[in-house]
Design a protein around this ligand. Structure first.
Ligand code: SF4
Length: 339
């Protein structure tokens, strides 16, 4: 089965209908034990050190993968992807450009998915059939997410690992489904969450490049119960069609559309505050200003650069933020203000 890499979530149903193995290049990069060396290799290969480490990592990991073709998302993901695509083309990697429409128009997304279908030679019905099969796995991931925020049985780190992997279902959806099933079975055996007071955090932005982020932030009394973009990768909407699904996917569209989802989930999950992750050299850092302006709960913005453990300065900022949230909680309890 030929493998097709992609630079962010694309209508993976088309690849499965075509009998291709989907590979999210971000996951391939960050899950490799030697992720940091891919970044350095890209620099040695001529990538500037002022270009995002995810870009450099994707470029660095590619030669280690057996990939037939790369789908580059040239609109709706990253301002740097076009240049990456051009470098890959120059070096002989077949590249296909995919563009999410800025205006979220059903016609435009239909056209893009139609072109992708034609490129891989599959029919609408085959793609919808693949969606039906994936929806079965997505329902299980939805359950895993509810077990995180409502039942307190799944940690934010576990939630992150499963949802972030759902963009390519680890290249083999049916093996991934078995992994999800085994995890849900294990969770069923866990002791019920003890309840009591806790700080409930939302994680916003692209997945963290730090390898120990969740281990460093979560602890008794502090849990991450919302992973914004990772949850988006899991396509939790169970939409009636592939087109509709990729219109509801908030990540590639304007930040105000993401905000609607964040605010809805913030209320539903009873969040006390947010950690907004901003990647060094990422254009999305500018959107921090908009998120801060619109969110009513405290926001801690953290910036990460390379795949490495969380640095001491960032850890100190996390500690200070958590202390502030605990203090606010104690003050609210003393004054009877539940907000
Ligand atoms: S973190 Fe930002 S700059 Fe880096 S690949 Fe993602 S969107 Fe692009």
């Amino acid at each position: 089965m030929g493998a097709v890499g992609f630079t962010t979530s694309i209508p993976v149903e088309v690849l499965l209908a075509a009998g291709k193995r989907p590979v999210d290049l971000n996951n391939a990069f960050i899950s490799a034990p030697e992720a940091h060396t891919f970044v350095r290799e890209a620099e040695r290969g001529g990538f500037p050190s002022t270009c995002c480490a995810w870009m450099r990592g994707i470029y660095g990991v590619l030669p280690t993968l057996d990939i037939d073709e790369v789908i580059a998302v040239v609109r709706g993901d990253c301002s740097q992807t076009q240049a990456l695509m051009e470098v890959l083309q120059m070096e002989g990697t077949p590249v296909y450009p995919f563009a999410y429409p800025y205006d979220r128009s059903p016609q435009a997304i239909g056209l893009e998915i139609g072109k992708l279908r034609e490129h891989f030679g599959v029919r609408v019905e085959e793609v919808e059939e693949a969606k039906g099969k994936l929806d079965r796995i997505r329902r299980k991931l939805n359950r895993l997410d509810v077990l995180t925020w409502r039942d307190g049985l799944v940690s934010g780190g576990e939630n992150h690992r499963f949802l972030v992997a759902s963009s390519d279902m680890k290249g083999d959806p049916w093996a991934f489904e078995r992994e999800v099933d085994a995890f849900l079975e294990e969770v069923r055996q866990r002791a019920p969450h003890p309840g009591g007071e806790e700080i409930r955090l939302g994680y916003l932005g692209v997945p963290p490049i730090w390898q120990d982020f969740y281990e460093k932030v979560e602890r008794p009394g502090v849990r991450i119960v919302f992973n914004e973009i990772q949850r988006q990768f899991s396509m939790p909407y169970l939409a009636p069609s592939v087109e509709e699904q990729y219109l509801r996917f908030t990540y590639p569209y304007e930040v105000f559309f993401r905000l609607e989802d964040i605010q809805r989930e913030s209320v539903r999950r009873g969040l006390d505050g947010f950690i907004h992750y901003a990647q060094t050299f990422c254009f999305r850092q500018i959107e921090d200003k908009i998120l801060r302006h619109h969110l009513s709960k405290p926001v801690l913005t953290l910036e990460g650069d390379r795949p490495e453990p969380l640095d001491a300065r960032t850890e100190t900022r996390v500690e200070a933020f958590l202390e502030m949230l605990h203090r606010d909680r104690r003050t609210s309890a003393a004054t009877g203000d539940g907000n």
